[in-house]
Design a binder for this molecule. Structure first.
Ligand code: SAH
Ligand code: SF4
Ligand code: F3S
Length: 440
């Protein structure tokens, strides 16, 4: 309980949505040990940094943040400092050597052991990939929740793209059993959740044990989730083009709760670079897949990730990427300059000059931004459904997401967080829409 004696926990999350989910679960595990969350770092009895290793910048952020914690730790020697997530997994004890103020380092598969670690004297490290399932050892989730939630269904990656650390930091692909996921989803819905985003590093590679002992694919899981009364919206991320099964594509045509939005990273449009990246598909294969997905769900909004300046990328390779983007018409995309990561195969290869990579990134981002503006502008005059997530800044205004995950501002003085309403889009801005509520 949160009495005056309660210890306070400050959590900072970097990286992907799975880290957001993990941070929640870690806070709950520590909650069972008497920690209550705080947003004020100076009040904290424990600071937990949940880190990301994906690019050099993300990783270095940990060390600058730890440096800034030195005065606080000097003032408050009892302060516990923990490092979790993918840098913890990749660098382990090295973090303690570089930063003696850190008390514990815990990897993404071992964080259910956090409470035990806290009881150990001195510094401790746990970067095991334990045989037990961490989810079996985490406390049950409690309390009322907001209208949207994440649910990890799959973790890890067996793909080994030549640039990527995830297979090393998250380990091999593991799918959680369907019965557990259905139970967790029902529980979330009973606490007020109306939209669930299924998470996995390769979420569409999920192939979990079915309640009857067989194996389901993600399309089947989506259909079972859609049968839960009160679960109005289902999303999933991140998908790999090679794991987009027919049954999942047809679920987009058949399951109204499955939202018409898909993050489908392609990384490059050049077959030569895709091969060097070990993506195991061509640009034509990706474009064909996009066509099949759009045939199933014509209003599907697609987003992607791109890497520019991968070792060996020529102007022609980059142009092939731009051509692919022009062919697809994305709703948005994340794009990154290639960052060499220690231990990955591509890190051995000579890099593309930084100025060249910078100018490619700029050109690519300008094109994506044009497409994003066009996708937003195309919504004007159309009816959307909005799930209110919070009040807006203006009086009587509510903010939520449309089916296509666009932020929508609605003037609705009687609107409540958690309402799912119909609205007509009146104006578009680069990152949001304005809409008028359509009375029920
Ligand atoms: N599992 C997902 C995404 C994983 S990481 C997938 O397969 O697509 C998220 C994004 O970070 C990747 O899609 C990629 O675009 C980017 N990324 C990963 N490693 C990178 C690196 N070394 N340099 C730059 N960007 C990288
Ligand atoms: Fe990384 Fe590739 Fe696995 Fe995605 S599929 S997590 S980019 S190795
Ligand atoms: Fe980063 Fe790990 Fe997620 S490296 S992107 S936090 S899986």
């Amino acid at each position: 309980m949160s009495g005056p004696q309660a210890k306070k926990l400050f959590v900072k999350t970097y990286g992907c949505q799975m880290n957001v989910y993990d941070s929640e679960r870690m806070a709950e595990a520590l909650g069972a040990e008497g920690y209550v969350p705080t947003d004020v770092i100076e009040d904290a009895d424990m600071v937990l940094l949940n880190t990301c290793h994906i690019r050099e910048k993300a990783s270095e952020k940990l060390y600058s943040d730890l440096g800034r914690l030195k005065p606080l730790k000097a003032e408050k020697p009892g302060l516990k400092i923990g490092v979790a997530g993918c840098v913890a997994q990749a660098e382990g004890a090295e973090i303690l050597r570089r930063m003696p103020l850190v008390d514990l380092v815990v990897g993404p598969q071992a964080y259910h052991r956090l409470p035990e670690m806290l009881r150990l004297p001195g510094q401790s490290v746990d970067t095991d990939f334990p045989a037990e399932d961490k989810f079996d050892h985490l406390p049950a989730r409690k309390g009322r929740r907001g209208p949207t939630a994440f649910l990890t269904v799959q973790e890890g990656c067996d793909k080994f793209c030549a640039f990527c650390v995830v297979p090393y930091t998250r380990g091999a692909e593991v799918s959680r059993p369907a019965a557990r996921l259905l139970a967790e989803a029902r529980d979330l819905v009973s606490r007020g959740v109306r939209e669930i985003t299924l998470l996995g590093q390769n979420v569409n590679a999920w192939h979990g044990e079915s309640p009857a002992g067989g194996v389901w694919g993600l399309g089947h899981l989506v259909r079972e989730l859609a049968a839960i009364p009160g679960l109005d919206r289902i999303r999933y991320t991140t998908s790999h083009p090679n794991d987009m099964a027919e049954d999942l594509i047809s679920a987009h045509a058949e399951v109204p709760q499955l939202m018409p939005y898909l993050h489908l990273p392609v990384q490059s449009g050049s077959d030569r670079i895709l091969k060097a990246m070990n993506r195991k598909h061509t640009a034509a294969h990706y474009l064909d897949l996009v066509a099949r997905i759009r045939a199933a769900r014509p209003d599907m909004l697609l987003t992607s990730d791109f890497i520019v300046g991968f070792p060996g990328e020529t102007d022609a390779d980059f142009e092939a990427t731009m051509a692919l983007i022009r062919a697809v018409h994305y709703g948005a995309a994340f794009s990154f300059k290639y960052s060499a990561r220690p231990g990955t195969p591509a890190a051995e290869k000579p890099p593309v000059a930084a100025e060249i990579a910078d100018s490619r990134l700029q050109a690519l981002q300008a094109l994506i931004l044009d497409q994003q503006h066009a996708a937003q502008a195309a919504m004007v005059g159309r009816e959307v459904q909005v799930l209110y997530e919070k009040p807006g800044r203006l009086p009587g205004q509510m903010v939520g997401k449309s089916q296509h995950l666009m932020a929508v501002f609605v003037q609705d003085p009687t609107g409540q967080v958690g309402d799912l309403v119909r609205a007509r889009v009146s104006a578009s801005a680069p990152n949001s829409l304005a809409a008028d509520r359509i009375p029920d």
